[in-house]
Design a protein around this ligand. Sequence first.
Ligand code: CP
Length: 308
Amino acid sequence: MDKNCFVSITDLSKEDILNLLEDVKYFEENPNQTILNGKIVATLFFEPSTRTRLSFETAVNRLGGKVIGFSDASTTSSSKGETLKDTIKMVSNYADLIVMRHYLEGAARYASEVSSVPIVNAGDGSNQHPSQTMLDLYSIWKTQGTLENINIVMVGDLKYGRTVHSLLQALSLFNPTFHFVAPKELEMPEEYKVFCDKNNIKYIEYREFTDDVINLADIIYMTRVQRERFTDLIEYEKVKNVYTLHNSMLENSKPNVKILHPLPRVNEIAYDVDENPKAYYFQQAKNGLFARQAIICKMLGISTKKQQ
Ligand code: CP
């Protein structure tokens, strides 16, 4: 990892990912400890969040550390014109680690260049959401028993959805087959298809979300259409309800298939799916706590192995 920052999932090698997954498992089994005693973690959220911020903060609290930060940047001096650079330099004076979500792509990389403490990217625009990817990988690993040779169907907003971008790059280390289901307006950006081509990763694109594609999936990864990324809300209105997964659509799906979604959902998954044992999105979000405990400890150089 670059300067012990976690800005992009590509900061991790395959070996790093597999080692970190073992740490996540360890924290799932041992979530309450005091190994962050004396450490302060800052959570700086320039964009709304429920799961990411609260699970990072819970991760710190359950490990005996302390949290400072904000969930609404309008209450901070950035509303008076303070730059991101100055904000990061100030918070570096107070905290041992900064977790930051920002609406600008590249903001986390920039913060990592001006910070004297490790930065964890909690989402930067449409670019990356690497801590989400770790909990997604853990959810796949836990439910499928492996990350290798997975058929994953990614559905919805593949253009603006940062979680699918990070996940694509991570899973590409494990010989996946990608099935991209999106309307033309929201299809997987060219750079990620070029990335697949360069790395000999198989991918197939679909416009319709049919039983045929559902029935070949090991993982169905649903995503929300990212309203906040549209400059023209008329364009959003055209695609906002493009696909909805209903329970009846899973009738002939594989026994091992799991439905993932980074959440929040809007209309992508009908409520009748929630009771289906193939629905895994709430457990997936819970795994975020353990994934973030592992990430924080790795960033701070705190060994989990010696605690076992
Ligand atoms: N998955 C995710 O990033 O959720 P929040 O926006 O609620 O943090």
